[in-house]
Design a protein around this ligand. Structure first.
Ligand SMILES: O=C(O)CCC(=O)C(=O)O
Ligand SMILES: [Fe+2]
Length: 369
């Protein structure tokens, strides 16, 4: 069954409602899943009852497109890892992070480094990804030793460790090129990243009420009110919200608007300088304004988890509803960013070996030229 937002005609709805009810019954009765077609199997396995119920009672007007959950404040705001004093956050800072859902900006790189990096990043983004076989801003760290080196900067890893624990893995990166005169990125949030295809989550935490995923967003260009800095809704990581299909708003290719109280007193705009970064949980509602300037705005992010969270365990391929493309995961894997992958719960990529190979190839190409 296709739950793409375009599912609006009456006849499709008339078919979908009994199908949803049947699947909910199937799940409740614990019937065998193996015999189901993939999409149904995923829904029966991964969907929370609230996801079925929201669709049914709204006549497919509203939905949870990520697994519902409520955030539970931790008992302690002590750091989860031993780090050098230079990068240590105070318990007040950590408490503030848990209250807001984001923290920063922090300094990591010089303006010169970012200016020099910009062209390399832009050029790479427009080439075919060796990981996926098409042009995509995703997961270019597998092919870019320099990007990987920046991601490993202690300014980043030591802060992540204080919030996630000693062992931190990265499972996704993305380049965010915002062209001159381009529209806003709508308010959005994600928890287990079921938002990609509405069927399978990317992340399988034991306890969804914890902070089990963080995004580090690094500005390559200065980001300002005019070119679309990041905006957050303070404290909105407290729960996963529903979306309403259709309407004026759109998140990349998907037409929906997130349902939350538009309380402007909770909006926080965070302009940051080139080389600075922000840490947030993707569950905190965020977006970025339009770029009204004549220049682009470039940034990259990385998505981190504690090593005890499995990623894509049952998934070989996923389709991203909002980012387009079918992502075959055969070359994908998690990579330890700090500490070690002690639990070995997900596929892993030996990124250093991959980068050595790339460097050798480049040297050979240079010699031949
Ligand atoms: O760069 C942007 O404008 C949006 C970034 C974002 O949504 C993210 O990093 O999760
Ligand atoms: Fe985001």
């Amino acid at each position: 069954m296709n739950l793409h937002p375009k599912l609006r005609p009456m006849w499709q709805r008339a078919l979908a409602l009994p199908a949803l009810t049947a699947m909910m019954g199937y799940k409740a009765a614990h019937l065998p899943r193996k015999i189901l077609p993939r999409a149904f199997r995923s829904m029966v396995t991964n969907w929370d009852y609230r996801q079925y119920w929201m669709l049914i009672k709204s006549g497919i007007g509203r939905a949870y497109i990520d697994q519902p959950c409520e955030f539970r404040m931790p008992d302690s705001f002590e750091s989860k890892a031993q780090v050098d004093p230079q990068h240590a956050m105070s318990t007040d800072q950590i408490r503030q992070f848990y209250q807001d859902g984001f923290i920063g900006p922090f300094d990591a790189f010089s303006r010169e480094e970012m200016t020099d990096f910009r062209d390399e990043l832009l050029a790479e983004e427009h080439t075919t990804s060796k990981t996926y076989g098409f042009v995509t801003p995703r997961d270019r760290h597998f092919e870019m030793p320099r990007l990987w080196r920046y991601m490993k900067s202690p300014a980043i890893t030591e802060r992540l460790a204080q919030l996630l624990g000693e062992d931190v893995l990265v499972w996704r990166t993305q380049v965010f090129y915002k062209p001159p005169k381009s529209p806003a990125i709508q308010w959005h949030q994600a928890s287990t990243f079921m938002v990609e295809d509405y069927l399978d989550p990317a992340l399988y935490p034991k306890d969804r009420s914890e902070i089990f995923q963080l995004t580090v967003w690094v500005a390559v260009d200065d980001t300002t009110f005019e070119n679309g800095c990041l905006d957050f809704v303070r404290g909105s990581h407290d729960s996963v919200r529903t979306i309403r299909f259709g309407g004026e708003e759109g998140f990349y290719n998907a037409q929906f608007s997130l349902e939350f109280e538009r309380d402007e007193s909770k909006y926080v705009r965070l302009p940051v300088k080139a080389g600075q970064f922000i840490i947030f949980t993707e569950r905190c509602i965020h977006g970025s304004g339009p770029n009204v300037t004549d220049r682009h705005r470039l940034a990259f992010n990385l998505r981190a988890i504690p090593a005890h969270v499995p990623v894509y365990t049952n998934t070989k391929k996923y389709r991203s509803v909002y980012n387009g493309g079918k992502y075959d995961l055969k070359n994908w894997g998690v990579v330890p960013l700090r500490g070690a992958d002690r639990h070995q719960l997900s596929r892993t990529v030996d990124i250093d070996a991959l980068h050595r190979q790339i460097e050798q190839q480049r040297t050979a190409e240079r010699r031949a030229a």
